[in-house]
Design a protein around this ligand. Structure first.
Ligand code: NOJ
Length: 571
């Protein structure tokens, strides 16, 4: 290998060149093959309504996704998670499933899915389905049958109870979309439970027939080439059988309802027993489980790996999103906690329910630089990253400004405090042409005006773009044994501005230094490399515009505002 520099840090800007790519071609040997595939993979979430529209009806579809697999492959994506594309009345844009074993006509046919899975696999890309386990659509045949009579054989597939009294629901539980979590069915005179929308009744997982029917869904998709599932709202599978009232807290929530803790309908111990049973089924078919695991603390998150690593392989760490804007100590602490959990971390910075990271972390002036900073962090950490479509372009939130434009039921019900999630679901930005090249029809949500400069075609030509930075980072990650499998070793735990760490495997040591501040900051490489004398260092990738030359024994470099600095250390 020809390192870019040896014993000396070169002055740098982001240099996108074949030379740099050569530098990534580590001679240090292949990744640890004994590891399961998902540990070395980079996942990419696709919101199918918004990704690529092949028939110009304004909605994305499966053929659209298939047509973009080469793009994803070149980007360096190893697995795609497709948000729900099953038949659905779309009250919650697919998170209300009316048939778990088919494809909604708006997205295509099952045969289109088979082509997508085949073409993805040809390119080494695995396919993950979103599995909405907690609830179905109110139009699912199971619910229609359940609702038809108190004596229906499927009555107990959902959670039905008598009210406390006339006009009074069974208890005080609230829907996360506002109002009571109970809706009265006038025909049978009982209430059904729905943690989410009225149109999303909760399944009764205490019923073994429900469990078996859902296990069968995983087997069905195995036959269609599905490599795993993202488990939606998995913490909500079980409810207290006595339906005790939840403790009420002072104040009101965004819907004007009393605040409360979901003590009796969230995160019950039985969830873990269920996950262990599910895991046996998916393991039999070599499918991986990813969890939508919102937790309040690291111990709760830790529990999702299972007592014997026998529950979810990849529980998402949303605690990462609670860190204050651009705080080196904040991220250092959170990474440390995740590392201490003993599980394989899954850091998340964006998805279809969260304001885009570009908007959350941006300062309004250096947003592109900060987008690279965030990528420089979470793509070099130990664990499996899950990108959200468009994050690699620096797509930002484009929120509706008028209530009548809001499509998301959450925004419709919570306006104006809660604007909903349309802003993070706008069409993928492919070109500078009409509708960002997403569709020739009318897109279901407006494209973000910033698309003219933040799109795949434009950024591909700009060596300094966010997209090319992602490409380089991902290429580096895939070829670096230290980044794939190495330990995480924090450096200078007290630095208020620079988050720095080593990633070290038996074969390689990588140093990552990230300047989270808006001013240039000195960074002592000598200390970072644990005093390795005359350490030879080769810069792999940096966005620092400052001279980072090492002079004599002085091993301090100056990192420009929000700079990423990644080097290989050779003792
Ligand atoms: C979590 C999903 O990510 C979100 O989009 C959806 O509204 C709820 N679960 C209900 O399925």
């Amino acid at each position: 290998m020809m390192p870019m520099s040896s014993g000396r840090f070169f002055t740098s800007r982001l240099v996108v060149s074949a030379l740099l790519m050569l530098c990534f071609a580590s001679p240090l040997g292949a990744q640890d093959k004994s590891q399961p595939w998902w540990r070395h993979a980079v996942f990419y979430e696709i919101y199918p309504r918004s990704f690529a529209d092949s028939n110009n009806d304004g909605l994305g579809d499966l053929r659209g996704i298939t047509s973009k697999l080469d793009y994803l492959h070149t980007l360096g994506v190893d697995a795609i998670w497709i948000s729900p594309c099953y038949p659905s009345p779309q009250f919650d844009f697919g998170y209300d499933v009316a048939d778990y074993e088919n494809i909604d006509p708006m997205y295509g046919k099952l045969a289109d899915f088979d082509v997508l899975a085949r073409e993805a696999h040809k390119r080494g890309i695995r396919v993950i389905m979103d599995f909405v386990v907690n609830h179905t659509s109110h139009q699912h045949p199971w619910f229609l049958e359940s609702k038809s009579s108190r004596n229906s054989p499927r009555r107990d597939w959902y959670i039905w109870r008598d009210g406390k009294g006339p006009g009074q629901p069974p208890n005080n539980w609230e829907s996360s979309f506002g109002g009571s979590a109970w809706t009265l069915d006038p025909t049978t005179g009982q209430y059904y439970y729905h943690y989410f929308e009225v149109q999303q009744p909760d399944l009764n997982w205490r019923n073994p027939a429900v469990e078996e029917a859902m296990f069968d869904v995983t087997r069905f998709w195995h036959k269609h080439g599905v490599d795993g599932f993202r488990l939606d709202a998995v913490d909500l599978l079980y409810e207290d059988p006595d339906l005790k009232d939840n403790p009420v807290l002072p104040g009101k929530n965004e819907f004007g309802d009393p605040k409360m803790t979901n003590k009796y309908n969230d995160n019950l111990p039985q969830v873990h027993d269920e996950l262990q049973r599910l895991r046996k089924v998916t393991d039999a078919n070599g499918q991986v489980l990813i969890g939508e695991t919102w937790t309040d603390n690291i111990d709760e998150l830790k529990a999702y790996y299972g007592p014997h690593q026998d529950e979810i392989q990849l529980p998402m760490d949303f605690l990462f999103t609670t860190v204050d804007k651009r705080s080196a100590p904040g991220f250092r602490k959170q990474i440390g906690l995740a590392e201490s959990s003993g599980g394989w971390p899954v850091f998340v910075i964006s998805n279809h329910d969260i304001v885009r990271s570009y908007t959350r972390y941006g300062d309004g002036q250096n947003n592109d630089q900060i987008a690279k900073l965030m990528a420089g962090m979470y793509l070099t950490l130990r664990g499996t990253p899950i990108l959200y479509y468009g994050e690699e372009l620096g797509m930002e939130n484009h929120d509706p400004v008028r209530k009548e434009d809001v499509k998301d039921p959450l925004g419709q019900q919570g306006w104006p405090e809660q604007k909903g999630r349309d802003g993070e679901r706008t069409p993928m930005q492919w070109t500078s042409g009409a509708n960002a090249g997403f569709t020739q029809g009318t897109p279901w949500l407006p494209v973000d005006p910033a698309y003219s400069t933040h799109n795949v075609a434009f950024e591909s030509k700009d060596t300094d773009s966010i997209l090319n930075f992602y490409r380089l980072l991902l290429a580096m990650r895939h070829r670096s044994p230290a980044l794939l499998d190495g330990d995480y070793i924090p450096v200078d735990q007290d630095d208020p501005n620079i988050l720095a760490y080593l990633r070290r495997s038996g074969k390689e040591t990588i140093l990552v230094a990230l300047n989270f501040s808006s001013s240039s900051q000195p960074f002592d490489i000598g200390q970072a490399t644990h005093g390795v004398s005359r350490a030879k260092s080769s810069v792999l990738l940096t966005t620092s515009s400052t001279d980072v030359t090492v002079k004599g024994d002085k091993h301090t470099i100056l990192l420009s505002p929000y700079a990423v600095f990644i080097a290989r250390i050779t003792p």
